[in-house]
Design a protein around this ligand. Structure first.
Ligand code: PLP
Length: 445
């Protein structure tokens, strides 16, 4: 009882302090709106200060793999914290970073052997872009300065990542700050779509024309393989990805895969590049890297790229490094998360496609004309909700989010795109709850 009173005070205090002092990410500054105060998490559930349990259907912004507060990762972080919490990563190293780099290399396509650590998905992308640009400079090429990306792509919120992700529309307010990036079309597809092959051929024609005109000036092509996440869970076929990457290679450019969202089992395969059988020259990893525990990111590349920076000349050196680069706590969490992935996690991720396939068509049928373009890639299921407006600004998404929250579901539609992206530990019963909650939330709008 004393405890209850105490937690009550604490709850009121922190929610009030938040309202007074905290600025939340991607959150409109509207008076009278307050975030949900969360005090604990277990498995797929989050527990609010008032005791309400929310089913985390989006893995807390796509980071969580094994469930909240997983004891094995918590213990690994605690052990590491009591041993070495951090050390500068220039001129020094430590076992968790070296072991993690080796394990990531072993999981990824053969050539990706060299690992640069940073803090988050955006920085992993910035690092890849800087490596690509600097690699060509070191190689003596004055021409390879262009960066190409895909329409609808999203690569993070820092300025370089926003430039590459210009096609997502999230950075419109900052357009004057961005550098030029060439956008190529990507044909997104869905279950029952019989136009994909035609649209892919057209998109590849456009790409061919672009490479013919600008191939020798291209430093790198950056792509979210198989699924464009924040751009609306837009999915394309592996055939298209392979063909596009092949064209970029033929043009002599580096191919960068941004697997910040698609990595670590999210698309069913361990990494989208492995599922699609196409190896990039550089890969960006973050989000699921630590199982959702700590901010850590990695950019891995081929040895030839690393060798392009060889020499004592500081002008040839990659001028990049974050204070918390390769933080040992993050590395320890990542190693523990990889153990869990290899000990059943990857299997559960691969199996989730079947669980979605057994439920999504039924939900679409129930919603009738309100839902369109159902799509599934591994653990991700998505569809569009018909409404007056499309895109991220569509108000229908906010209404669905609110209605779902009232039913104990944490979802976060991207405008009119509703999706589930659960942690791999989510049970069949919990998935049933998620799907029936969605049907009710959307059906009763
Ligand atoms: C989320 C995301 C990023 C940015 O990662 P942050 O950790 O939020 O900076 C970059 N690329 C993709 C594909 C993402 O989904």
């Amino acid at each position: 009882m004393a405890d209850d009173a105490q937690s009550g005070d604490w709850e009121t205090d922190f929610a009030a302090l938040d309202r007074r002092h905290v600025w939340h990410p991607f959150t409109a500054n509207e008076p009278g709106k307050a975030p949900v105060p969360i005090v604990a998490g277990r498995g797929s559930e989050l527990i609010a200060a008032d005791g309400t349990r929310y089913l985390d259907c989006i893995s807390s912004w796509w980071v969580n793999l094994h469930g909240h507060a997983h004891p094995a990762i918590a213990a690994a972080v605690a052990r590491q914290a009591a041993t070495l919490e951090h050390v500068i990563f220039a001129d020094f190293t430590h076992a968790p970073a070296a072991r993690l780099a080796a394990r990531l290399s072993a999981l990824l396509p053969d050539a990706l052997t060299r690992c640069f650590f940073s803090d988050n998905g955006s920085t992993a992308v910035e690092v890849a872009l800087k490596i690509a640009a600097h690699f060509w400079k070191n190689a003596g090429s004055r021409k390879r300065r262009r960066i190409a990306a895909l329409e609808g792509g999203y690569h993070g919120d820092t300025v370089g990542a926003m430039s590459a992700g210009r096609g997502s529309g999230f950075s419109d307010a900052y357009a004057e700050m961005l550098f030029a990036v060439d956008l190529l079309p990507v044909p997104d597809t869905w279950i029952g779509d019989d136009t994909a092959a035609v649209r892919e051929a057209r998109a590849l024609d456009t790409a061919r024309d672009y490479f013919a005109a600008h191939g020798p000036e291209l430093a790198a092509l950056i792509v979210e393989p198989l699924v464009q996440g924040a751009g609306g869970m837009r999915m394309h076929r592996p055939e298209f990805l392979r063909a596009l990457a092949g064209l970029a290679r033929e043009a002599g450019a580096l191919v960068v895969f941004d697997e910040v969202m698609t990595g670590f089992g999210r698309t069913g395969a361990a990494f989208a590049c492995l599922g699609a059988e196409v190896a990039p020259d550089l890969i960006c990893l973050a989000k699921g890297l630590t199982g959702g525990f700590l901010p850590l990111a990695a950019t891995l590349c081929r040895d030839e790229i690393y060798d392009g920076f060889a020499g004592a000349d500081l002008g040839r050196m990659l001028a990049h490094g974050h204070s918390y680069a390769a933080n040992p706590l993050g590395c320890a969490a990542a190693l523990a998360s990889l153990d869990l992935l290899e000990d059943g996690g990857f299997g559960r991720a691969a199996a989730m496609k079947g669980a979605h396939c057994a439920r999504l068509p039924q939900l679409i049928a129930t919603l009738g004309a309100r839902a369109a373009r159902p799509r599934i890639c591994g653990t991700i299921a998505a569809f569009d909700v018909a409404g007056d407006t499309q895109g991220y600004g569509a108000p229908v998404g906010r209404r669905i989010k609110r209605a779902a929250l009232e039913r104990g579901l944490l979802i976060r539609p991207l405008g009119n795109v509703v999706y589930l992206l659960p942690p791999y530990c989510m049970t069949e019963d919990e998935l049933d709850r998620a799907y029936s909650g969605l049907a009710a939330a959307i059906g009763n709008l």
